[in-house]
Design a protein around this ligand. Structure first.
Ligand code: ZN
Length: 171
């Protein structure tokens, strides 16, 4: 397994709309394993392929505290959503920032699992929020897009400044 590099806002590659996965094969399963390793090490509760610069409709998630309930969603599609849940979200591509975002409280989602089988699943609470957040990534959308332009601008500016400082430390 290998740890992958996570793209960070405002990297324009995060704005790419991902294309459907055509075949679920060993190459894809290797990518899935690498995405889990990257997500657990970060640490995070979800990771979309877009964030590691692979523009295919694929995401991984594990919201359990024991880190033993991994989910792989390939070509996910939301069939139903209801209710409203507001929760504080963060993102591995927007490190250090947490803001309240409104999502559906409950979703029903259809996807392919890591063996290519079609699955339908109900999710609520944190898992539902996480899946909706990661599915946004596949559309090139980030949680900061739900914030005001001024707030998003401030986050962008600070992240760019922090990165310049990091680059200076290394040089
Ligand atoms: Zn994210």
């Amino acid at each position: 397994m290998a740890k992958l590099k996570i793209l960070e806002f405002p990297d324009p590659r995060l704005r790419t709309r991902a294309a459907p996965v055509e075949t679920v094969d060993d190459a894809l399963r290797t990518l899935i394993d690498d995405m889990f390793e990257t997500m657990y090490e970060a640490p995070g509760i979800g990771l979309a392929a877009t964030q590691v610069d692979v523009h295919r409709r694929l995401l991984v998630a594990d919201v359990s505290s024991e880190k033993n309930e991994p989910y792989v969603l390939i070509n996910p599609e939301i069939l139903e959503k209801d209710g409203v849940a507001v929760s504080e979200e963060g993102c591995l591509s927007v490190p250090g920032y947490y803001e309240e975002v409104e999502r559906a409280e409950h979703i029903r989602v259809r996807f392919l699992d890591r063996d290519g089988n079609e699955v339908e699943m109900e999710a609520e609470g944190l898992l539902a929020v996480c899946i909706q957040h990661e599915m946004d990534h596949l559309e090139g959308k980030l949680f900061v897009d739900y914030l005001s332009e001024a707030k998003r601008g401030r986050i962008r500016k600070r992240l760019l400044r922090d990165r310049r400082h990091q680059a200076a430390d290394v040089a």
